[in-house]
Design a protein around this ligand. Structure first.
Ligand code: HEM
Length: 131
């Protein structure tokens, strides 16, 4: 009999199942290029410094993967309020979800996990858009 303890798949969080911090690093890399090259959303990233953008992307993915983070709805509201004044709305939110899904697909994340991530991201819509 083995004494090695293994964690059943079902008790792992989405963040763990997707690959944790390493998956966040990989996703940031791919997603960042897509969002900044997209004429439908790049103006919102204008003037935000690179350090801050990378930190933002990491926080974004950690949150989207259901991982450890300190963000609340109120923080998401505050973080995006300037962008909402610039016109950020459902259309731009949808574009970001599209890039999120495409990024995970490219990284060969299984479809069921992609669905979970998109559902989680969708749940932040009203906060991000200040509704
Ligand atoms: C699933 C939806 C989203 C989540 C979970 C999310 C997450 C975050 C977080 C956590 C921050 C704060 C980073 C920090 O300052 O520490 C942030 C900032 C930011 N987000 Fe999002 N975001 C979402 C949607 C969007 C959309 C749709 C856009 C634009 C098209 C966007 C553009 C930005 C920009 C430009 C900042 C930096 C704002 C600034 O420094 O003034 N985000 N986001």
């Amino acid at each position: 009999m083995s004494t090695t303890e293994t964690t059943p798949e079902s008790t792992l969080t989405l963040y763990e199942r997707i690959g944790g911090a390493a998956a966040v690093e990989a996703a940031v890399e791919v997603f960042y290029k897509k969002a900044l090259a997209d004429y439908r959303v790049y103006r919102y990233f204008d003037g935000v410094d690179t350090e801050k953008l990378i930190a933002k992307q990491k926080a974004f993915f950690t949150l989207a993967f259901g991982g450890p983070n300190n963000y609340t709805g109120a923080d998401l509201r505050t973080a995006h309020s300037r962008l909402v004044k610039m016109g950020l709305g459902n259309d731009q939110f949808n574009v970001i979800l599209e890039h999120l899904g495409d990024t995970l697909k490219e990284l060969k994340v299984p479809q069921d996990l992609i669905e979970e991530v998109l559902t989680l991201a969708e749940s932040t819509r009203n906060d991000v858009l200040g509704k």
